[in-house]
Write a protein that binds this ligand. Structure first.
Ligand SMILES: NC(=O)c1ccc[n+]([C@@H]2O[C@H](COP(=O)([O-])OP(=O)(O)OC[C@H]3O[C@@H](n4cnc5c(N)ncnc54)[C@H](O)[C@@H]3O)[C@@H](O)[C@H]2O)c1
Length: 373
């Protein structure tokens, strides 16, 4: 297939990142990924693609690892892949040239987006960026938000400023934000002009990205678009998140923690629908605009647990009400008319998405995968 262009996707070894990388490759892009390989990343998430990995094995020393399609065998640990041939930093340019002349689909650079000099090198090779790299678990941000400040704020600043300096007003930069920046919406739904009212440290860090993005649009004319997906679920999501946790605990016949009385309401969207929305916005969204990515599947948390248990043939006695998360938003709800105008609609119903997700986790456990921390 003729290449549609070159794109950098940050956080591409995570949940939504990996779905977005797959969607970009499917649409004909050559993809660079930068991922810091935190606990939330998994190189196996890109197993369906032809991927090449580059890793700095120590300061200023680069290492290249090539894996073919499905090349990350099951016995390869989920942390740093093994490496060959330590090389010096100049080799990065050579590696990038080599990748774009190869038939590999994805080059994964195992590094942090906070590495500003690195980001400036990578941005010479792409026309656009989809920025997903982030810390994403609200509970962790409530315990301690330092990692969120680093990943979201320093990481975004490094990426967007490197983009401004290397690409100027050319190309496209899609920032993936979240509906959580709007805070809880008790009545009706919020459109893209709704004010930012973050109510937990994760949402505050994501809001900070949006403020920087707006300032860069205004000050430098940086061609940024912002997308705000609602709650996503699907295969490959880390087991600390709500839907995989319900499924995992049900598979293991363990108690399923439900915060408070379980009446919090969320709108759910399947991962492949988020990925197609992000790519549609990246390709056809208007520069400097915000796009909400929603669905019609709004349910109470408790109802969602009950639905999953029923689909899995497990008893409701597994439900265990626990003390509510501090500052827990009771409801999020987006209006998403703008993205409809781009011709996008979600295509996977909640029931079908849950069926696929349950099947995925059931297979993982059946294969003897241990639960990741
Ligand atoms: N999952 C959702 O429901 C949802 C909803 C709305 C928005 N989002 C946003 O989408 C993005 C992806 O979310 P997810 O659920 O896939 O997250 P995830 O936690 O599954 O993956 C995050 C990825 O980012 C990487 N990362 C973290 N810090 C990094 C750094 N400093 N440099 C490079 N890589 C780094 C991690 O290694 C991981 O691979 C996030 O920006 C999140 O805020 C997610």
């Amino acid at each position: 297939m003729k290449s549609k262009g070159r794109i950098l996707i940050t956080g591409g070894l995570g949940f939504l990142g990996s779905w977005t990388v797959e969607e970009a490759v499917r649409r004909g892009y050559r993809v660079l990924v930068v991922d810091a390989l935190t606990y939330a990343a998994n190189p196996e998430n890109l197993n369906s693609l032809k991927v090449r990995f580059v890793t700095p094995s120590r300061r200023n020393v680069w290492t290249m690892v090539t894996f073919g399609r499905n090349g990350l065998a099951e016995h390869v640990p989920v942390h740093l892949p093994p490496y060959i041939n330590p090389v010096d930093n100049d080799f990065l340019d050579e590696v990038l040239e080599g990748f774009f002349h190869s038939d590999d689909e994805v080059l994964v650079v195992l590094a942090s987006v906070e590495d500003y000099p690195l980001m400036k090198v990578l941005l010479k090779y792409v026309e656009g960026v989809i920025h997903l790299a982030a810390e994403t678990h609200v509970d962790r941000s409530i315990e301690d938000a330092w990692d969120f400040v680093r990943a979201e704020i320093l990481g975004f600043y490094s990426t967007v400023d490197a983009f401004r300096r290397v690409r100027g007003r050319e190309g496209r930069f899609l920032l993936v934000s979240t509906d959580e920046v709007l805070g809880e919406i008790m009545e009706g739904s919020a459109d893209e002009d709704f004010p930012l009212r973050p109510r937990n440290p994760y949402a505050a860090a994501k809001s900070s990205q949006e403020h920087f993005a707006q300032s860069y649009i205004n000050t430098y004319g940086t061609p940024i678009i912002i997308a705000r997906p609602t709650n996503a679920y699907g295969p490959r999501q880390h087991e600390e998140k709500f839907v995989p946790k319900i499924i995992k605990n049900a598979l293991l016949d363990e108690a399923i923690p439900v915060y408070g009385d379980g009446t919090q309401r969320r709108v759910w969207i399947y991962a492949s629908d988020v990925a197609s929305a992000l790519m549609d916005v990246y390709e056809r969204g208007e520069i400097s605009e915000i796009y909400h990515i929603g669905s019609e599947d709004e349910v109470e948390n408790l109802e969602l647990v009950r639905t999953i248990l029923k689909m899995m043939g497990k008893p409701e006695s597994l439900i265990n009400f626990v003390e509510d998360r501090p500052g827990h938003d009771r409801r999020y709800s987006l209006r998403w008319d703008k993205i409809r105008e781009l011709g996008w609609r979600p295509s996977v119903s909640l029931r079908e998405g849950l069926r696929r997700t349950i099947e995925y986790y059931a297979k993982r456990y059946a294969k003897g995968y241990s639960v990741r921390r």
